[in-house]
Design a protein around this ligand. Structure first.
Ligand code: DC
Length: 223
């Protein structure tokens, strides 16, 4: 029997960081589903496709790419057709096009299938936007991480500065607001709070505090 921890929430709530830390500490397989939509988007951009008008081509890309989420000494590596794209999928270009790509229902169906297959027979922690509602509505633990949009933009800004990216705080805030709107208004797989999810507002919490709170909830159920 596998044990599934499902975590949803908007961009910048610390989902990725917290999931990674908990996966290491509790020896769970970490599945970053946003990275999978980012791989489809990166491959599209590589093939010169940057509009969702080309829906059929985008669906074909999603059907034909090979995505691997690998762990090396606690570090997650994302491989796209065998190539390490861990950093490339976080570029401004990919971030700007991933939300529309992920709104295509046929692409979501393919990714959801793949996500369920990746979790088969394993104890996993999976994060995204529709994990608690669509991918694993019967997950053992369902958590929704939230935070004020200004705080989320501030966090992203600091992360980007550390990576040498040059966007201003205002640009990031604007993009997060657009992405939130798109993520919440998708025809399929829209971001919403599952009725039985535990909601944690992380606005005034440190990463350590959020991690410990989520870990306690998991350990309480994982007996
Ligand atoms: O978590 P992230 O920023 O890496 O996600 C990238 C995009 O993919 C984001 O715009 C929402 C979308 N996404 C989704 O639609 N469903 C998921 N399960 C995960 C991400």
């Amino acid at each position: 029997m596998s044990f599934v921890v499902a975590i949803d929430g908007p961009a910048g709530t610390g989902k990725g960081t917290i999931t990674k830390l908990i996966a290491q500490e509790l020896k769970l397989v970490n599945i970053d589903t946003g990275a999978m939509y980012r791989c489809v988007t990166l491959q599209a951009l590589k093939q010169g496709i940057n509009t969702i008008e080309k829906k059929e081509e985008l669906i074909n890309i999603a059907k034909n790419i090979y995505i691997q989420l690998e762990n090396y000494n606690g570090e997650q590596k994302i491989l796209l057709n065998g190539e390490d794209v861990t950093s490339e999928i976080r570029s401004i270009e990919v971030s700007g096009f991933v939300s529309p790509v992920s709104s295509i229902p046929e692409i979501r169906e393919l990714m959801v299938d793949l996500q369920r297959k990746m979790a088969e027979g394993k104890d996993v922690i999976m994060e995204g936007r529709d994990i608690t509602t669509v991918v694993f509505p019967n997950a053992n633990v369902k958590i929704y991480l939230d935070a004020d949009v200004e705080e989320r933009a501030k966090r992203r800004y600091k992360e980007n500065i550390a990576k040498g990216m040059k966007e201003t705080y205002e640009e990031i805030l604007d993009k997060i607001k657009t992405r939130d709107y798109n993520d919440m208004h998708k025809e399929v797989g829209a971001l919403k709070i599952a009725e039985d999810a535990i909601v944690i507002d992380t606005t005034k919490m440190s990463i350590e505090e959020v991690k410990n709170k989520v870990k306690d909830i998991i350990l309480e159920r994982w007996k």
